[in-house]
Unconditional design. Structure first.
Length: 195
C-alpha cells in the first residue's frame, strides 16, 4: 500500500494528513474551512484516495494560511506515498462536466512542480470562501507534490460549479497518473531512469 502521513506545524497552522493512494475514496476531513472540507471530500472520492485531514488554523485572520498549508502538506504526502514511482502510469487527464462548467485537467508526475492555471471564476467568494485561494491551493499542491498540473476552464458561469469541477477533474487526472501499470511494474516511466 502506498500510504503517507504528514504532520506540519507552523505559527499559523497545525496539520495532520494521512493518505492511501490505493484506497477506496473514504475521507475524514476537518479543516475549519467548510468549502475546503467539501472540496477535499470530493477530491478523495473521485481520486479513490483514502484521505484524512485535520487542521487547526488561524481562520480568525482569514482562510489563506489554512488552505495553502493544507495544500503544501497534501502535496508532500502524495510525493512521499509515491516512493520511487516505479510502475506508475505517470500521466493523466480528464475533461469533466459539472453542470454548465467544463474543466480540462492534465497531470504529469514529472518531479518538477508547476501549475498552469486558467480558471475564470466570476465571484470573489463562494459563501465565505475567497475564490482566489483556489489558485493558491493548486499551486502549493503541485509544487510540493512534484507534479506538472494544468487546469483549464472550457466553459462555466457558476463559481461553485467551476471550482468543484476543477477539484473533481484534478482528482480523476491524478488517480490515472498514480495508477500502476502492471505490465511495467518495475519500470520508472522516464528515459532518465528517475523522476
Amino acid at each position: 500500500m502506498r500510504i503517507s502521513e504528514i504532520k506540519r506545524t507552523t505559527a499559523e497552522t497545525d496539520i495532520y494528513i494521512k493518505i492511501n493512494l490505493d484506497g477506496i475514496g473514504k475521507s475524514e476531513i476537518s479543516t475549519g474551512v467548510g468549502f475546503l472540507d467539501h472540496m477535499l471530500v470530493l477530491f478523495s472520492k473521485h481520486a479513490r484516495f483514502d484521505l484524512e485531514v485535520k487542521c487547526k488554523g488561524d481562520t480568525y485572520v482569514d482562510d489563506h494560511h489554512t488552505c495553502e498549508d493544507i495544500a503544501i502538506a497534501l502535496g508532500k504526502a502524495i510525493f512521499d506515498a509515491l516512493g520511487d514511482k516505479k510502475g506508475i502510469v505517470r500521466y493523466g487527464n480528464m475533461i469533466l462536466p459539472m453542470d454548465e462548467a467544463l474543466i480540462l485537467t492534465a497531470v504529469d508526475i514529472s518531479g518538477r512542480g508547476m501549475l498552469a492555471y486558467n480558471l475564470d471564476i466570476p465571484c470573489e467568494k463562494v459563501g465565505t470562501f475567497d475564490t482566489e485561494l483556489v489558485e493558491e491551493f493548486f499551486r502549493a499542491f503541485a509544487v510540493n507534490a512534484g507534479i506538472t498540473l494544468h487546469i483549464n476552464q472550457l466553459s462555466g458561469k457558476n463559481s461553485h460549479h467551476i471550482i468543484e469541477g476543477a477539484f473533481k477533474s484534478v482528482a480523476r487526472s491524478l488517480s490515472a497518473a498514480v495508477s500502476i501499470d502492471e505490465k511495467f511494474i518495475n519500470d520508472i516511466p522516464s528515459t532518465k531512469g528517475v523522476i
